[in-house]
Design a binder for this molecule. Structure first.
Ligand SMILES: *[C@@H]1O[C@H](CO)[C@@H](O)[C@H](O)[C@H]1NC(C)=O
Ligand SMILES: [Cu+2]
Length: 180
């Protein structure tokens, strides 16, 4: 019993040590990829632009939101329009609504590795995800998992939200939208 207790203690210590470490171990490259959510030209505005980005670990992805209310919501390839489970899934929340021009804040996260990051807009008014409002960072171009297929598979899905709170965001930062 004593051994068990000290093991449990050790595990707790390790856990608290791990959470004390800086969350981000990837070194910044200083490169920022800007993506516009809700283009006014392509696909009647239901579009991320550019929607297929290749990024290095340490690059920033910076989302600029156009009218009216869009989100960045991470998903798997296999389940379009459904949020990726777990605490590491990236979600902007509906914090970037705007009636004209770009929202005053951007949503930014740092790319951690070269694995694909699939994402969609979780706006259900107008079924943005089913209409093709989705994108990918670091698609594996050797695989059949293409963005075109993701969009095809999205058509007959039902959009799910990562949280019952539409403003809950995780995995990124809400930062002021600074002009270039
Ligand atoms: C943005 O609009 C969505 C509905 O599209 C709403 O749920 C959300 O609360 C709005 N966000 C803010 C910050 O008002
Ligand atoms: Cu949208």
């Amino acid at each position: 019993m004593l051994a068990f207790t000290s093991l449990a203690l050790a595990a707790t210590t390790l856990l608290s040590l791990a959470s004390a470490l800086p969350a981000n171990e990837v070194r910044s490259t200083g490169v920022t990829h800007r993506v516009f959510a809700g283009s006014t030209t392509a696909n009647n505005g239901l579009h991320f632009e550019p929607e297929n980005v290749v990024a290095e670990p340490g690059d920033l992805m910076e989302f600029h939101f156009l009218p009216k209310a869009h989100t960045f919501t991470q998903s798997s390839f296999d389940k379009p329009c459904e949020p990726l489970g777990g605490e590491m899934a990236i979600f902007s929340g509906f914090n970037f609504n705007t009636t004209a021009g770009e929202a005053p804040n951007v949503f930014t996260f740092m790319v951690q590795d070269r694995n694909p990051i699939w994402y969609y807009c979780s706006q259900t008014a107008g079924n943005h995800c089913q209409s093709g409002m989705s994108g990918v960072v670091n698609q594996n171009f050797a695989s059949d998992n293409t963005l075109a297929r993701y969009k095809e598979n999205a058509v007959n899905t039902v959009t799910r939200q990562p949280s019952t709170d539409p403003l809950a965001s995780q995995g990124g930062w809400k930062l002021p939208n600074v002009p270039l």
